[in-house]
Ligand binder design. Structure first.
Ligand code: ADP
Ligand code: MG
Length: 347
C-alpha cells in the first residue's frame, strides 16, 4: 500500500490527510501499532501520531507533555509561570522556561533583535493577546517599543532566576514555544522506542525517522493565498518544518491588513516583503525561532543569515511578489510547480 501522510498548513489549523490504517513494517510485513491524538492547546489544533509497539503510551505521554508546557508557558493562562513572571516582574524559571529564555536571548543577539522575547507589551497594544484588535496610538506604541528591551531581562541560566529591570516589561515565547514542544515530543517518542512519528502543532511539523515503509515523510507547505492549495511538497526525515506567515493571524481595518509578527524596531507588523518563511532544521526550537526572525528580517538579511548558518537550517521563502526561493540544502527534497530560485552559499 502506498501510504502518504500529507500535512497541509492552513491558517493555524493543520490537516493531516492520508491513510494510516494497517501500516506494515517493510522488513517484517508485521502490522505496526499506531496511535494518534488530536489536541487543542497553545491556542491551536495539534495532531500527534506515533507508530510502534509503545505507540499508545508515547502518544499519551506526548499529550500530557503538551498540556504541561501549555500550563507553564502560555501567557494567556492566568497562573502560568510566564503569566506570573509578567505580573510580578520576577520569577524562578523551570527547566523548560529557562531553556526557552536562554534560546530566545541567544536568538535576540544573533538576529540583531529581529527575534525579541520581550515583545509582549506591543502584542497587547495591538490586541493580539485578547483578539480584541485595534490600531494603537502612535505615542503609546512608541512607549511599548521602549519597554520591549530584551537587554533589560536579567536572567541567570544556572538558577533560572529572572528579573525585569524595567517595570511593566513582559515576555512571550509565542514565537518559539511550539517548536520546543515538537522537539520534546520527539524525545518522548525516542524514549518509548518509537522510530516513526509525526507531530503537527498548528502548522508546525516535526517528524521522527521516516514513514514506516522507509520512505520520507511528505509535508505540504501552504499557499498563503489559498487555504486549499500548497506551494510545494517537502520530503523529510528527522526534521522540523516550521512556517511563519502574515496570513496566520491578522485583522483588517480600513482595508489594511495587520498581522501578528512584529518588527521590534517599529512596533508595527513586519512589512519585510516576505509573505511566508519556512525553516527546515533538526532542531524544532531553533526552526520556530528562526521562522519568526527571518520573516522580520526580510529577504536580503534572511539570505545572509542563512549563508552564515547554513549548517543549522534550510529555508523556503515566498515574497509578496510571489517569488519562491529555496536554500541549496533542500533543493533535492522540495518539489514545487512554481518557478523557484535556489539560494546558494556565498563565499
Ligand atoms: P505562529 O505562532 O503563528 O506559528 P510564529 O512562530 O511566527 O507564528 O510566532 C508568532 C508569535 O510570536 C506572535 O503571536 C507573538 O506571540 C510572537 N512574536 C511576534 N513578533 C515577534 C518577534 N519579533 N520576536 C519574537 N516573537 C514574536
Ligand atoms: Mg516562530
Amino acid at each position: 500500500m502506498n501510504r502518504l501522510i500529507t500535512v497541509i498548513i492552513i491558517a493555524g489549523i493543520t490537516f493531516c490527510c492520508g491513510c494510516r490504517e494497517n501500516p506494515k513494517s517493510k522488513d517484517t510485513d508485521v502490522e505496526l501499532k499506531s496511535s494518534t491524538k488530536e489536541i487543542f492547546a497553545m491556542d491551536t489544533y495539534m495532531t500527534v501520531t506515533a507508530y510502534g509497539e509503545n505507540a499508545d503510551k508515547a502518544a499519551e505521554q506526548a499529550e500530557n507533555r503538551i498540556h504541561e508546557l501549555d500550563a507553564e508557558l502560555s501567557t494567556g493562562i492566568e497562573d502560568s509561570l510566564i503569566a506570573v513572571l509578567n505580573k510580578k516582574g520576577s520569577a524562578e524559571l523551570t527547566k523548560d522556561a529557562a531553556y526557552l529564555m536562554k534560546c530566545s536571548l541567544e536568538l535576540w543577539k544573533k538576529t540583531d533583535g529581529a527575534f525579541n522575547p520581550a515583545i509582549y507589551p506591543v502584542m497587547e497594544e495591538w490586541g493580539f493577546t485578547t483578539k480584541e484588535y485595534k490600531i494603537p496610538d502612535n505615542d503609546i506604541l512608541r512607549q511599548k517599543v521602549q519597554l520591549s528591551d530584551a537587554s533589560k531581562i536579567k536572567f541567570d541560566e544556572n538558577s533560572g532566576r529572572t528579573e525585569f529591570e524595567i517595570d511593566g516589561m513582559k515576555v512571550d515565547f509565542g514565537g518559539i514555544a511550539k517548536g520546543y514542544t515538537s522537539s520534546e515530543i520527539m524525545h518522548i517518542f525516542e524514549e518509548n522506542g518509537i522510530t516513526s512519528g509525526i507531530v503537527s502543532l498548528g502548522g508546525n511539523v516535526q517528524v521522527l525517522g521516516s514513514k514506516t515503509d522507509g520512505s520520507p515523510w511528505r509535508v505540504a507547505i501552504q499557499n498563503p493565498n489559498d487555504d486549499d492549495s500548497y506551494i510545494g511538497i517537502l520530503e523529510i526525515k528527522d526534521k522540523a518544518v516550521i512556517t511563519s506567515g502574515s496570513y496566520e493571524r491578522y485583522f483588517i481595518e480600513d482595508g489594511k491588513t495587520y498581522h501578528h509578527i512584529i518588527n521590534p524596531d517599529t512596533g508595527y507588523p513586519a512589512e519585510s516583503g516576505l509573505k511566508s518563511v519556512t525553516i527546515v532544521s533538526d532542531d524544532g526550537t531553533l526552526a520556530d525561532g528562526l521562522s519568526t526572525s527571518l520573516f522580520v528580517m526580510g529577504f536580503d538579511k534572511a539570505k545572509l543569515f542563512w549563508s552564515d548558518n547554513s549548517d543549522k537550517f534550510d529555508a523556503i521563502l515566498l515574497t509578496d511578489e510571489e517569488k519562491l526561493y529555496v536554500t541549496e540544502g533542500i533543493t533535492d527534497s522540495f518539489d514545487s510547480d512554481m518557478d523557484m530560485t535556489i539560494i546558494e552559499k556565498e563565499d
